[in-house]
Design a protein around this ligand. Sequence first.
Ligand SMILES: *Cc1c(COP(=O)(O)O)cnc(C)c1O
Length: 468
Amino acid sequence: MKPEDHVWLDLLRGEIEQFRDSIRDLRVTPEIDLTDLRNHLNSRYRFDEPVETDELFEDLARLLREQTVHATHPRYFGLFNPSVTLPSIVGDALAALYNPQLAAWSHAPAVNEMERHVLASLAAAIGLDPTTTQANFTTGGAEANFSAVLVALASRIDDFVENGAGSTRPVIYVSSESHHSFHKIAVMTGLGTRAIRTIPVDSSLRIDPVALERQIVEDRRAAAVPLFIVATAGTTSAGTIDPIERLADLSAREGLWLHVDAAWGASYLLVPSLRSAFAGIERADSITWDAHKGLSVPMGAGMFFCRHREAVMKAFSVRTAYMPANEGGTTDPYSSTVQWTRRAIGLKLFVSLASLGFDGYREYLEHQTRMGERLRERLVAAEWSIVNDTPLPVVCFTNPSLENDPARHASFAGAIQSRGRVWISPTVIGGQTSALRACITSYQTNEEDLDVLMEELESPQASSRGFA
Ligand SMILES: *Cc1c(COP(=O)(O)O)cnc(C)c1O
C-alpha cells in the first residue's frame, strides 16, 4: 500500500472509535439547513480536482455527524433501525474489500456457503426444517415480501411464469395494519392494487379471521382466485402479532398460501419467553425476516424463507450461456432469487452471529424487551395511556390533553425531535387512535436513556410547542 492509503485507514479506524464512543453526546436529530447543505456541496465538491484526504475525511465525518438522524443512537426510539454491532461493521467492510460476486455460487463459494449456513441456522430457530427450506438474503423486507408473492404465483397458477396472471384474478389478503410494501408488490407483479383486499383488524389490531374468511368466500363467488394471506408478526406501527395458528388453519382449509411478514418481529423468536406469541409461524409457506431490523447489523439485510424449494426454483430459474456453471449440490443465487449481481449481504450477519452467538443475541433482545416493559411502566406511572397491545418493545401512548388529534401528536413529537435529545414519532393506531410511538431498537438503550425520554415527554417546552 502507498503511504496515503494508510492515511485513509487510520482516519477510518479513528472515526469508528470516536463515533461509537461519543454517540451519546451527539444530538439524535440534525438541525438541517437544506440551502446551506447544497451550497456547501456545490462549492466544495466540483470534482474538477482531487480533494486532500485529511480535509475530505474531516468534512465527510462532520457532515455525517451533523446532518443525519442517528439511527444507531441509544435514544433513537424510532422506526426499526438498530444500533449495529462492531463485528457486523467489520463483516460489511470485508464484503466491500473482497467484493465477492454472489450471483453465481462458483464465484464466491466461501460467502455463498456462509450465507447458506447462517440461513439454515435461522430457519431452525424459526422451527423450519433447514434441510428442505429454501432461503436467501434480500435487500430488505420489501424484496422478501415481493419474492413471496412471486413464488406463490408461480406455485399456484400453472402457467404464471410463461403467461403471467392472464385472465385469472389472484387475490392477496392483507390487514389494515399490514406493511404497505404489498401495494407496490401488486403493481410490480402486474396484478394491480385491485388484487389487494384490506381486511379489518379487531380491537387489539389483529386481523379479523372471520372477516377474512367471509371475504375469501365472496371472492370465490365473484370468480376471483384467493391466493395469498399476509400474517404480520410485529406490525410496523403498533408491533402487534396476528393470530398465526388460526390463519395457518384457515390457509390449509382454503388452500391459500400463508406468508408471515415478520420483518422486525422475527428476531424476537430468539427470546424463549416470547416464542409462544409466534405460535404457528413454522407452518407458514414463506416468511420475511430482516436482520437489519432486529439483529443489529447494517442495512440492508433482509431474508426470505420458503418451505417449498420447487416453487422458488420455478419462479426464478433461468439458464444463460454466459453465467458460470455451479457445483453439484449448490444453487446459484441468480437463478433462485430476485437479484442478479449481488453484494455479500449475509457476511455481516455471519460475522456478528459467530461473534456474539445465539446467547449474545438473546441477551440483547431480552434487554430490549425489558426496556420496552420498563418504558410502559414508567409511562403508566406518569399517567400516559398505552394504546397498543404487544409483548414486543414498541410502545404507543397518548394522553387526553392531546385530544386524539393527529396534528397535535405530530407537533408534540416534532417539538421533541427538534430538541435533539430523543427521537420519537407520531402514529395513528387502527386508523383512528392518534398516538406517540417509541420503539426500543438499540441494544444499548438503558434506564438513563428512558429517564431522558420521560423528561422530554414531561417537559413544558415540548408541550407548549406541541400546543402552539
Ligand atoms: C420494515 C418492514 C417491511 C419492509 O422492509 P424493508 O426492509 O424496509 O424493505 C415489511 N414489513 C414489515 C412488517 C416491516 O416492518
